[in-house]
Design a protein around this ligand. Sequence first.
Ligand SMILES: [Zn+2]
Length: 146
Amino acid sequence: MDLNDIYTEVILEHSRNSRNKKELSNPTFVEPGNNPSCGDEITLQLKGNEDKIEDASYTGTGCAISQASTSIMIDTIKNHSYKEALDMANDFIGMIKNEVTDQEEFDKLGDAIIFENIKNLPARVKCAVLPWYTLKNVIEKNNKDK
Ligand SMILES: [Zn+2]
């Protein structure tokens, strides 16, 4: 099964020329993530105040799916609280694992729902979830999940 053409277009656009691929000045959190099975590496940067992610960016290399998923995740989580971002991460991971099927939960994910069909491409699942696991990791280990 292949991805829908329009989704492929969005993914290519984000992976080739993402405005979110840059360094932030004075990021609050910097978290590396990698997916050895494909060779994807990202470094997620978050800048936030006490309760909100004000800005985010990434640097990294890897396949189009991993890079686009990271870029689209950044668009999705910006201006949300850490807790909301964590909920989105759990929804995204649940969607890919086919454990969350409630369409209302997907609506919160914005453009990230275009990765829903990745669950039918097992070799690419780890590429798509990489940024979301990285996000979950950094939020939980810094106790921002309250
Ligand atoms: Zn990959």
